[in-house]
Write a protein that binds this ligand. Structure first.
Ligand SMILES: [Zn+2]
Length: 254
């Protein structure tokens, strides 16, 4: 009987070693490799103005979302993105953060239907004074995209070059936009995108003082857990980029 007990005890110890051993190696491996491409689009529509590099062609965009779907990419919410970077949540095998700037009306008309087709999440960096503007989404459209899994985040009040403003003016740009977005959505924005990718040390200080969790610049490759939270890289999609460019950029950041 004692021998049987010992045998069971030994087996149990071996089992524990195997289970904990694989657990440790899996989590260590995962922690070494946190890389999340963050894509940046502006206007996406069927007929683009050839003179405006920030306008992206809808047919090309559709190919890119189909590619992500086929390849098994998981689109993240902003909350998931920060939790993964901070090692508070496990990372899906192929994570990606899709961001769209400037709350333009084409998002509602053209982009949302594509994202809905694939059940994709995304973030809309919203300029608060542009809500209901002539080429922008209305407040009710903003609420509707939010109901469809789109995060509304902060892209300032007036879309100014932040580095040209005093610290007080920058504080107003960040916090008045945050208040307007919170009034609209009921949620406090966690992230900021620098208009034109422009910022200085005052901007970062203001964001930290205002409780913003992280801020995105333009360019800089693929974001990872070591990226400065107030200089998070984004990969900008311009009109000249094709699906081939997109695939390369998702994989290399450039
Ligand atoms: Zn912008």
């Amino acid at each position: 009987m004692i021998i049987i007990k010992r045998a069971f005890g030994f087996l149990f110890a071996v089992l524990l070693l195997v289970v904990s051993g694989t657990g440790i190696s899996a989590s260590a491996k995962y922690k070494e490799n946190i890389e999340i491409p963050v894509m940046l689009y502006h206007v996406v529509k069927p007929e683009t103005d050839p003179a405006n590099p920030y306008q992206y062609n809808l047919s090309e965009f559709k190919k890119e979302m189909a590619y992500l779907h086929q390849q098994g990419y998981r689109t993240l919410t902003m909350k998931q993105y920060f939790n993964i970077l901070d090692h508070k949540a496990s990372m899906p095998k192929k994570p990606i953060l899709l961001t769209f700037d400037d709350n333009s009306s084409d998002f509602y008309q053209y982009i949302l239907p594509v994202l809905k087709e694939y059940g994709m999440k995304a973030t809309e960096f919203t300029v608060s004074s542009w809500i209901n503007g002539s080429w922008n989404m209305t407040a009710s459209q903003m609420l509707e995209i939010m109901d469809n899994g789109i995060n509304i985040q902060n892209h300032s009040v007036t879309h100014s070059f932040m580095a040209d403003l005093s610290k007080e003016q920058q504080y107003a740009e960040v916090n008045n936009a945050a208040a307007a977005l919170r009034d609209l959505t009921g949620q406090k924005p966690q992230a900021f995108a620098y208009p034109y990718g422009n910022y200085n040390t005052d901007t970062i200080a203001v964001l930290k003082e205002s409780g913003i969790k992280g801020a995105f610049k333009v360019g800089g490759g693929i974001s990872n857990d070591a990226s400065s939270r107030y200089e998070l890289p984004r990969i900008i999609m311009l009109q000249e980029h094709t699906l081939t460019d997109f695939i390369r950029m998702v994989n290399t950041g450039y």
